[in-house]
Design a protein around this ligand. Structure first.
Ligand code: GLU
Length: 443
């Protein structure tokens, strides 16, 4: 059974980049009939906040990406201790004491010589007496994972294809701080094993972590999951602007965007498949295919998001939007204005045009006279479904006006606007009394 996971750190709100990762993991699991898990990576107690855990859950729900289960790293510390002891017994972790400044200096020296800035393993040379002296002085060690430099590191990446790493190009990562707290690397591998994760799908910024974590899986006696790393997200300008990069569900909601517009876009950008406005995650899951993902960055275009949103709104049933519509706005009115909306919330403005007060248009004297004439004609009309046809036909005969000269002053007088939904559908909704009154007022 396919098991995927989305593993955010609750140090802030989700933004487009991690919404995309969550979505892809959800789609991968749904397509395979598997499970999509949420894992809260909250080992960094100082930076993790409960409000963000709650926001992450709420955001996923709003997007329709409700997970099939949830784990929290802060509740799984015993598992990490156990794995750590296992690695320690096998000689795969070791004690270090370098300060951040020392390490920084050494990195700079290496970089200056054109060498990869990897840890020199100086602490491996410490004797038990050295460690005892540190303990005596009250200095606790931090711990590094010992990479096996003999072991070939290779995997067939679901997106990038065959990957190969030389162990001696990798730095032994610090996995545990001197205060006993955990860094990301080991807990993630331990959880992927314990949670039965079969597919790790994440950003390409994690590629070198995967090289290290593969050795952790093996050292812990587990079969590694499949890995796939997707190209990062960029904005239109070639990089993700600060504003775009921090766009989150709350901003999308405030803008009145539909979750399916966001997921439709994020599901397909960066792939060879066209971006299509889908109305269900099932449809997105059906087409989800890692082999269509490219290596080039995925471009997130807000204009495209708006276009998708409009397409989705144009397909929305009355039942779906009813709760969002103004009091009194019925199905006929929704269907009449729907093709003119980019966002469902704009229905409000059109309802005002149908049932509220409209501004008096700025008409020429001639047009005002015409509006007055139109009011007289409208009053005598048999007001049915084709009121617009009847009104315009009668006025055409009476005045010789046609085309724009006929239609535009009427639209202006009847709606206060020079554009909008088809007048033939709008006029019966406006109704005879209001129509006559508006034409009169414009005249
Ligand atoms: N908490 C990690 C992150 O947000 C998870 C990475 C992963 O998917 O393994 O970068």
């Amino acid at each position: 059974m396919t098991v995927t996971r989305f593993a955010p750190s609750p140090t802030g709100r989700l933004h487009v980049g991690n919404i995309r990762t969550a979505l892809h993991n959800c789609l991968l699991a749904r397509k395979a009939g598997g499970r999509f898990m949420l894992r809260i990576d909250d080992t960094d107690a100082a930076r993790s906040e409960e409000q963000y855990v709650e926001a992450i859950r709420a955001d996923l729900d709003w997007l329709g990406l409700t997970p099939d289960g949830e784990e929290r790293q802060s509740e799984r510390l015993a598992l990490y201790d156990e794995a750590f002891e296992k690695l320690r017994a096998a000689g795969r972790v070791y004690r270090c004491y370098e300060t951040a400044q020392e390490l920084d200096l050494r990195r700079k020296v290496l970089l200056g010589r054109g060498l990869p800035p990897i840890y020199d393993r100086a602490a491996l040379g410490l004797t038990e007496a050295d460690h005892a002296a540190k303990a005596e002085a009250g200095v606790a060690p931090h711990w590094r994972f010992l990479i096996d430099r003999e072991e070939a590191i290779a995997w067939d990446d679901g997106i990038r294809g065959p990957q190969k790493f030389e162990g001696d190009r990798l730095s032994d990562p610090v996995i545990r701080r001197a205060d006993g707290s955990w860094l990301y690397m080991l807990p993630s591998a331990v959880d992927d094993i314990a949670m039965g994760v079969t597919d790790v799908l994440r950003g390409e910024d994690h590629v070198s972590n995967t090289a290290v974590q593969l050795q952790m899986f093996t050292a812990l006696g587990a079969t590694p999951p499949r890995f796939a790393h997707e190209a990062l997200l960029t904005g239109n300008e070639g990089k993700l602007s600060k504003r775009l990069g921090s766009l989150g569900v709350d901003a999308f909601r405030e803008q009145g965007l539909e979750a399916m517009a966001i997921t439709s876009l994020l599901a397909r950008i960066g792939t060879s498949q066209p971006v299509v406005a889908e109305t269900s995650l099932e449809a997105l899951a059906d087409g989800f295919d890692l082999s269509t993902f490219g290596r080039a960055p995925a471009r997130f275009d807000e204009g495209e998001l708006l276009r998708l949103n409009a397409q989705i709104v144009h397909q929305m049933d009355y039942a779906e939007v009813r709760g969002l519509l103004p009091e009194g706005m019925d199905e006929a009115a929704w269907l009449a204005v729907r093709p003119n909306l980019e966002k469902a919330s704009e229905a409000q403005e059109w309802w005002q045009v149908i049932a509220g007060d409209v501004p008096r248009p700025d008409l020429s004297d001639e047009e005002r006279a015409f509006a007055g004439q139109a009011a007289d004609v409208a009053e005598t009309l048999d007001w049915g479904e084709d009121a617009w046809k009847a009104l315009t036909a009668a006025l055409k005969d009476a005045t010789g006006r046609k085309g724009k000269a006929l239609f535009l002053p009427l639209r202006l007088a009847l709606t206060g606007m020079d554009h909008g939904p088809d007048m033939a559908t709008l006029l019966p909704l406006i109704g005879k009394a209001r129509a006559v009154e508006r034409l009169r007022a414009a005249g």
